[in-house]
Design a protein around this ligand. Structure first.
Ligand SMILES: [Zn+2]
Length: 396
């Protein structure tokens, strides 16, 4: 029997935005999954956090962080430069909405309008990072992911994401495949909780109702797995939590009053909880820095902080300067945000924010102490027999 044939069945489920605070408040599957720990997230959104879970590396190492990055030559929106004479109102409401929606549909499933507001003046200088399906081999641009490792090692596995259907459809397919198939490692990404929590992070009744549906689905998944292999594992992860929104700030309006011009002086991208700037003149930098320093809703991240957070990129493609809002604050850019988008919960704050903690919940003790979302990689690699020390150890 080969090493791969001796692997125990393990099902990993990633539930987007299901934070530690809510999981504990609900006692989510606490009987079935008694091994539990809060995981520190990485600064940013799912576009940076999930690649960290799949590689065990920081965004600066694997190259994926926020959705948009500076790439004037490679921008798929270069054609928009020809329309620079159009007023923002026209560009913003028709062309950009359509272009960004297209990116969202192809790259994100849910659409970045939920997390990102980009001015039509900026888009022609930007590219977006998640062009490939990150749940397949070669999905992460900079380094090997768990899916590359599984493919090379010949570990029979299945992965499911919004590319394959709704959460309910995915759960049902995974259950069927566990029953029928020979794969030993399953990776199930459920993305719909994120959108739900953006609107119900503090509404206990709908929260309980929603999560009881997931409890039922996951119990069935565990039951199915245990029937096939009594030693089967079920481990739930998330990429980040959800923080109640308390206050809004129109950062773009402040910056626009400085009288600087995009793209000549600077470019700005406003994400929900941060603003990123690229400067093309010292005057622009000085004015923006001065303006930001006067605000109490957030602060500029120093180079040292960015390095410690694993988001310092040598080529500055994700920004010359990052302004991060304090937990509970939300960037409201009335010019760019989709009308009616008023979330009561948000993520993308400093990882020290307790509401931002992600989850580790399992029916089995982890192979090592679980502290950050990057440990998800080690956990999956261990289950797949890919960690050298553990792979050579005799079977229990
Ligand atoms: Zn979200």
């Amino acid at each position: 029997m080969s090493r791969v044939d001796r692997l125990d069945l393990h099902v990993f489920v990633l539930i987007d935005a299901f934070g530690w605070e809510i999981a504990q408040r609900l006692g989510f599957l606490s009987d079935a999954l008694p091994h539990r720990a809060p995981l520190r997230t990485v600064l940013g959104y799912s576009s940076g956090a999930i690649p960290t879970m799949l590689t065990g590396k920081s965004p600066a190492e694997h190259g994926h962080w926020n959705l948009f990055y500076y790439d004037p030559e490679g921008s798929p929106f270069r054609w928009l430069r020809r329309l620079h004479f159009l007023p923002d109102s026209v560009l913003g409401h028709r062309v950009v909405r359509k272009a960004v929606k297209e990116v969202g549909r192809r790259a994100l499933g849910l659409g970045p309008l939920f997390d990102c507001a980009v001015s039509p003046r900026v888009l022609p200088w930007l590219n977006w990072v998640e062009k490939r399906n990150i749940y397949q081999p070669h999905g992460i641009r900079g380094v090997a992911s768990i899916f590359d490792r599984l493919a090379v090692a010949g570990v029979p596995h299945r992965a499911y994401s919004y590319h394959d259907g709704t959460d309910a459809e995915i759960l049902s397919r995974a259950r069927h495949d566990i029953e029928a198939g020979r794969a030993t490692l399953f990776f199930v990404y459920l993305s719909e909780i994120d959108a739900f929590l953006h609107h119900h992070v503090e509404d206990d009744a709908p929260l309980k109702e929603k999560f009881s549906i997931y409890e039922t689905g996951l119990r069935e998944l565990l039951g199915t797995a245990l029937r096939r292999d009594p030693r089967a594992g079920l481990t739930l992860f998330s990429d980040h939590g959800m923080t109640p929104v308390r206050r809004h700030y129109d950062l773009a309006r402040d910056i626009e009053t400085l009288g600087l011009r995009m793209p000549d002086d600077y470019l700005a991208v406003y994400d929900s909880t941060m603003a990123r700037f690229w400067f093309f003149s010292e005057r622009a930098r000085a004015l923006v820095v001065e303006q930001l320093a006067s605000l109490t809703c957030g602060r500029v991240l120093t180079d040292e902080e960015q390095a410690a957070l694993g988001i310092r990129f040598g080529d500055r493609r994700y920004g010359d300067l990052v302004f991060l809002l304090e937990p509970g604050w939300l960037v409201s850019s009335s010019n760019f945000n989709a009308p009616g988008w008023q979330p009561t919960g948000m993520h993308g704050y400093h990882p020290d924010d307790p509401s931002s903690d992600a989850i580790f919940l399992s029916n089995q003790a982890p192979p090592r102490p679980m502290r950050t979302i990057a440990d998800a990689y080690a956990c999956m690699a261990h289950a797949a027999g890919l960690l050298p020390d553990i792979a050579e150890a005799p079977r229990r």
